[in-house]
Design a protein around this ligand. Sequence first.
Ligand code: OGA
Ligand code: MN
Length: 308
Amino acid sequence: MGLMFKQLHSLFVGDAGPIELRRVHDEDTLAAIRAGMDEYAVLVFHDQPFTDDEHLAFAQRLDGALHTKLGSAAIQKNRFGNEALGDISNLGSDGEILKSDDRRRAYTLGNRLWHTDASFQDPPGRYSMLHAKVIPPVGADTEYADMRAAYDALPAETKALIQGLRVHHSIAYSRQTLGFDFSKDEEEALKGAVYPLVRTIPRSGRRALYVASHASRIIDWPVPEGRLLLRDLIEHATQRQFVYRHTWRVGDLVIWDNRCTMHRATPFEDTKHPRELRRVTTLDMGGPEMAPHTPQPSERPGKAGSLL
Ligand code: OGA
Ligand code: MN
């Protein structure tokens, strides 16, 4: 099929084409897309006329089992009746634009924080595949940060400090930072998960920072010190040289690797214009790098302030 990748950013992101993914069933092409993911971490495919079912089926062909616990289930029943089909829109169950004081809108605004999908779940998300149906006239781009390049650029001292650390991720925490509170029952269903701060991505062998706005604390560290280090790492990783900004066209499918990128939505007039995308995310079943690890005393802090 002659699949080619054109790099869109100096560090990552490939524009892939020409290809119509709903027709891709052969193992060679699927393997070429996976290899593209290993290299670029984010792939952009324009002009994909997916139905929801074709989108779901393609995601499974490419990467296996789908995530069905995407967080929002605690807030509102999925309007498509399928928890694997994430409703990335500013529309309510009646299809109307959400009002500014709507609870689901407040919840969705959390996507404007830098994050990686389902890092607060076990298992977390591996590939997310976001398909654009309706795009507003201005704004509403999505930004991506390359967490492999961000890791590579850390001073050796910081790499040594963070190696082996583990982080608790919680959506209750990240939403609270925006003033959104879950009920006790909702919180009960969203206890969070613990993952290594540095991950080695299978196949490419590259290391990546695994942090997100959901990252609430570093295990075995005092909470404030842990939060300060997490904040510094996120600031470091989202400097402009590590960030690509995607301007959506209807029909775009963007696939990103949640193990080694962060992303965030950018503002638009969301109480005026509809914006509608669908997201399917696969399960990250992990590997040896996800195994629990006890930090050695030599890896304990220190002050992190001057290490980035
Ligand atoms: C997502 C997400 C950002 C956006 O779909 O996981 O964070 O721009 N989307 O809608
Ligand atoms: Mn997301």
